[in-house]
Design a binder for this molecule. Structure first.
Ligand SMILES: [Zn+2]
Ligand SMILES: [Zn+2]
Length: 241
């Protein structure tokens, strides 16, 4: 099922794609990109004819710098409420990505050893003063409905322990880094390139499917049909090669 309605927008902010969902009071933004993508974000918002103040909610799929990069600036400018997993609070307060992940396979380890040499800093402006944030623990069927969006928030760890996904009742799933679709090499096959726990990645994919996900919108790469994931969760036929 291809998304055609204009109930949400996909914002291309470089390597990170963010999603802007319509809700009765304005908009819910899913993720921010790197700190230096803010101007690009403003231009994208202007081009859509959306006023910054209409962004009422910010949901962070997890605390990494390419997702929470300009969260503090956005909150300061719009006063939007924030939603994230409870274990993201401490790293967001510090403005630092936890470096607890491993490359998903040897090929990625080699490719990204270069990236790691260039991209040494994983810090970003810290998100503080958000004591009234909605802290998600586990799966959450209420928060989205309370802001007028038909759908649920699922805890989808594996890439990181604090990863959450937004699953709309129409089957569209915004998964952050729980799945990726932007590298055609290294036999990635929709896996996050960096992981904390590969078994949890597959369990999270299964959960998305069991809850009715039909179309996956990752933060990195193009959207894809959920059945692409099914073959990997069925037999676990992906190893770490
Ligand atoms: Zn990440
Ligand atoms: Zn990411």
């Amino acid at each position: 099922m291809r998304r055609t309605l204009k109930s949400f927008y996909r914002l291309n902010l470089g390597i990170t794609k963010c999603y802007l969902l319509k809700c009765p009071e304005g908009y819910l933004l899913i993720d921010t990109a790197y700190p230096n993508a803010y101007d690009r974000f403003r231009k994208a918002i202007d081009a859509l004819g959306v006023d910054m103040k209409q962004i009422r909610y910010l949901l962070l799929t997890h605390h990494h710098d390419d997702h929470a990069g300009f969260a503090a600036r956005l909150v300061e400018e719009t006063g939007c409420a924030t939603i994230f997993h409870r274990t993201a609070l401490a790293p967001l307060n510090r403005g630092a990505s936890k470096e607890t992940m491993q490359p998903v396979n040897r090929c990625i380890r080699t490719v990204f050893s270069v990236f790691r040499m260039i991209h040494r800093e994983f810090n970003y402006p810290s998100l503080t003063g958000v004591e009234d944030s909605v802290l998600i623990s586990g799966d959450d069927a209420d928060t989205l409905r309370q802001i007028g969006i038909e759908g649920e928030i699922l805890h989808t760890p594996g890439h990181s322990a604090d990863s959450i996904s937004v699953l709309l009742s129409d089957g569209n799933a915004f998964v952050g880094d729980a799945a990726m679709n932007f590298l055609n090499f290294c036999r990635i096959k929709y896996r996050p390139i960096f992981i904390e726990d590969i078994d949890s990645v597959f369990t999270s994919w299964k959960k998305l499917m069991e809850h009715g996900a039909k179309w996956i919108y990752p933060a990195h790469g193009r959207p894809f049909a959920v059945n692409k994931l099914a073959q990997y969760t069925a037999g676990g036929n992906l190893n770490n090669s």
